[in-house]
Each structure stands twice: as C-alpha cells, then as structure tokens.
Design a protein around this ligand. Structure first.
Ligand SMILES: N[C@@H](CC(=O)c1ccccc1NC=O)C(=O)O
Length: 290
C-alpha cells in the first residue's frame, strides 16, 4: 500500500458515512461524548479523580449507585494515544448504572508527553488498582472495555503474564475490545505517528503490538473476549479485529467477533449511551452474574 493509502486506512473519520467531511464526524463525536459525560456527572454519584499513581493523569472517576457488590465496568478511551480524557469519556455510564453496575473511567498521560510504552505501564497500574478495589468492595464481576487505542491498551496489559497475579480472578472477567488496533507495524509509518510521537522503533514495535504475543497464560482463567468492529471502519481496521480474534482463538481463548452493521468508528461507542444498543446489552448481560 502507498503511504497515502495507508494514511487513509488509519484515519477512521474518513470512513464514516454520516457526514460530508471527517472534520464534521470528529466535531460531532466530541460534542456527544462531552455532553453525555457532563450529564452523567450531574445525574450520578461519582468519586472523582481517585488516584492510581503519583502522576497527575494517573487518576480515575468512579460512577456508582451502590458501591458494595455491584459489577464493575472499566472504560479505556481511545484517541490514538494522543487525544481525549476521562472527562470526555463517561458516555457508557447511564445504561450501566441503571442496570446495577459501577463504571470506572480511566485517565492516562498522552503522547508525546510520554511514550506509548509508558501509557501501557500506566494502564497496567490502573487495572491492578481496579482489581484491588473490586476485591475490597466485593464486585461480582469485572469488565474491561476499550475503544480504538483504548482497546489496544487493554489488550497490551493482558498480554503480560503477570496479569495472572493482579487478579485473584475468582470473579468472571469480560473484555470488550471495540474497533481496536493490535498490530502497530504499519500504523507506525503513518501520520498517526508523525515525528515518531508514539516513540515506536524497530526494537519495540512488536512488543507494543498485542498480535505478536501469546495469550495462552489466560487460558486457565475465567475470561471472555468480545471483539467488535464497525461495518464502516476501514478495511484495515476490520482486518485488525479479524486477525486478533483468530489469534486469541489459536491461543485457546473464548472469543467472539462481531462486525456491527451501519456503525462507524465513532457511533460504535457513541451508542453505548443507549440501553438498547447491542454492545451495551452484551456488557450488561456479562457483567451481571445471576
Ligand atoms: N485523527 C483520527 C481520530 C481518531 O482516530 C480517534 C478519535 C477519537 C476517538 C478515537 C479515535 N481513534 C483511535 O483511537 C481520525 O481522523 O479519525
């Protein structure tokens, strides 16, 4: 593929069919996610800026109705590791709270302030913190949801063998990976990584690409993967999800892949604010253990 073609494949807004320009898709996305987050902050109890580390951005918001016992859903926002914050990313909260859940929205540093590898370390720290909190507050389940770059971060943390110690995983864990990227070898050469702002090089690009890691260490755990990608994502994005789903299958894990009709890279998560959307229904179904 030429470098122009590759840039296009890695520009999710180009592929949306809802607006005339990619600009408008992004503007609309930011408006929806900000407004919905503001609404949820007003509507629900939220412990804000709970720290999971010493750095300024190592913090999270915990939305809850009942804190004891209820299922926990952790949300990791996307934005190609360089955009967005937790204050624009609490749009899945309402249907989850209304169905008895708790939602934790993570903040993390953005590139180029830090290297992509450092963000992975931060998310690992955050997930450790969440499992401790889940234990202390007797959560009946933990679900991890990541969008786009956030799906990459979730998958990156789970590729490490030490994840087994994090969680005394006696509670069910579900992982929802939505329109993610799992192989960064091509992305590294695109404008997403202009001036190498992600700090990817020949020596770390495979380490930073979940598809090159064996997930066999998760086999004995009660963990399920749900991969989603939008019908109107780029061909390369759809391929990324197909390949990673097959990779997890060959590691012997429980995984499902669904190409969500009509949606694009952005409304596939904007719709998480609607309780009848198929992905949020699945999250609720998995989180609430009967
Ligand atoms: N510059 C990108 C924006 C983008 O990829 C994005 C924006 C918001 C949330 C997630 C995104 N993608 C991956 O993390 C685009 O043109 O679509």
């Amino acid at each position: 593929m030429s470098s122009e073609e590759l840039d296009k494949e890695y520009s999710p807004s180009y592929w949306s069919k809802r607006f005339k320009t990619g600009e408008e898709v992004l503007q609309n996305h930011f408006k929806i996610v900000e407004e919905e987050t503001q609404r949820n902050l007003k509507r629900y109890n939220c412990k804000r800026n709970i720290r999971y580390g010493d750095r300024e951005m190592e913090r999270m918001d915990i939305y809850f109705n009942t804190e004891q016992g209820s299922p926990i859903v952790v949300y990791i926002h996307g934005g190609y590791w360089q955009e967005l914050t937790k204050d624009q990313s609490a749009y899945c909260v309402s249907p989850l709270i209304e169905n008895g859940g708790r939602v934790i929205v993570l903040d993390y540093d953005l590139c180029p302030n830090v290297k992509l590898e450092e963000i992975v370390q931060q998310i690992r720290k955050a997930i450790k913190f969440v499992f401790k909190y889940a234990e202390n507050s007797n959560a009946q389940s933990v679900s991890i949801v990541g969008h786009s770059a956030g799906a990459h971060l979730a998958a990156s943390v789970l590729q490490e063998e030490e994840i087994q110690d994090i969680s005394n995983l006696d509670r069910p864990v579900s992982v929802f990976l939505i329109s993610g990227v799992y192989d960064l070898t091509d992305l590294r050469k695109t404008t997403v990584n202009r001036n190498n702002l992600l700090s990817l090089d020949d020596t770390n690009v495979k380490k930073c690409s979940p598809i090159f890691h064996d997930y066999g260490h998760l086999k004995s755990l009660n963990i399920r993967f749900y991969l989603y990608v939008a019908e109107n994502d780029s061909r390369v994005f759809i391929k990324q999800s197909e390949n990673f789903h097959n990779h997890l299958l060959s590691s012997g894990l429980q995984t499902e892949l669904r190409i969500v009709p009509v949606c694009d890279h952005f409304d596939i998560v904007e719709n998480l604010r609607h309780s009848d959307f198929e992905i949020i229904r699945k999250i609720i179904e998995q989180a609430v253990v009967i």
